[in-house]
Design a protein around this ligand. Structure first.
Ligand SMILES: Nc1ncnc2c1ncn2[C@@H]1O[C@H](COP(=O)(O)OP(=O)(O)O)[C@@H](O)[C@H]1O
Ligand SMILES: [Mg+2]
Length: 243
């Protein structure tokens, strides 16, 4: 059993104190583990990753990274807590160049570290190199997702959280982005990913949590859940999408 990198316990959270969206959600992510969160639209998946990232207030429960409680820490402090978060939309600045986007992601680093890690980002994401001086709006959806991931990695997080990285991508780009994420796992980074693409999520991840109406519904090994009729039932239910 790998040590727990992230432990979320009985989290109650929402945008207004009187209106909780998450009603006591728990999950954990081990070192170098890839975990996905799936569930119908409105289940609270985005709210969950935002709560972990400190962007939605948690009124009860706890979030711990390597045993240290980080509940309600502001996002800019998350870098020191080793978590990076790539939101679902608006995750790159389209009016800035690729270089400028990366520099922004490295703004908390020393100049030497920033230079070294940005050079490494271009090495790791060679597709970005030819566009470095161009505005991010020239990039395809998949390339933007790669840029968002490259930028998130500049602070060398232990845990990368992504909200629907496959949204709007062609099947070919989905497999390219996912296989890139898989290589990150090999470097010891852990991933917590929200996905609507249930089939792809179950195929790539180690474990999966199903959320429904702000609660844990089912969880387990992804390969096992892929054959689970209850998982299929949730996606055929109200608000769900069949995949
Ligand atoms: N910024 C917000 N302010 C208030 N309510 C929100 C906000 N964002 C989402 N919600 C509500 O929270 C619930 C869960 O949304 P969300 O976490 O986005 O679900 P999912 O990502 O699973 O589709 C929904 O009822 C949604 O209307
Ligand atoms: Mg969402």
């Amino acid at each position: 059993m790998s040590p727990l990198l992230l432990e979320v316990r009985d989290v109650i959270a929402g945008y207004r104190p009187d209106l909780p969206i998450l009603h006591g959600v728990s999950l954990h992510v081990g070192t170098a583990e890839m975990v996905t969160v799936i569930g119908p639209n409105g289940a609270g998946k985005s709210t969950l990753v935002k709560a972990i990232a400190g962007l939605v207030p948690i009124s009860a429960g706890s979030v711990a990274v390597e045993g240290t409680e980080v509940t309600n820490l502001l996002t800019h402090k998350l870098a020191t807590a080793s978590i990076a978060y790539v939101p679902q939309t608006a995750n790159v600045f389209t009016s800035l160049t690729i270089d400028e986007n990366l520099k922004l992601g490295a703004s908390t680093l020393s100049k030497a570290d920033a230079g070294r890690r940005i050079a490494k980002a271009y090495e790791d994401f060679p597709a970005l190199t030819q566009y470095r001086g161009q505005k991010a709006k020239v990039l395809s959806g998949g390339q933007r997702q790669m840029l968002a991931v490259a930028r998130a990695l500049l602070t060398e997080p232990r845990l990368l959280m992504l909200d629907e990285p496959s949204a709007g991508l062609s099947p070919l780009m989905v497999s390219e982005v996912f296989s890139r994420l898989k290589t990150l796992i090999a470097t010891g980074v852990s991933i917590l990913m929200v996905e609507q693409n249930v089939k792809a999520a179950l195929a790539i991840s180690d474990r999966t949590y199903v959320l429904a109406e702000g609660r844990n519904r089912i969880d387990g090994d992804s390969a096992k859940l892929a054959g689970d009729t209850e998982v299929a039932a949730i996606y055929l239910g109200a608000g769900g999408r069949k995949r």
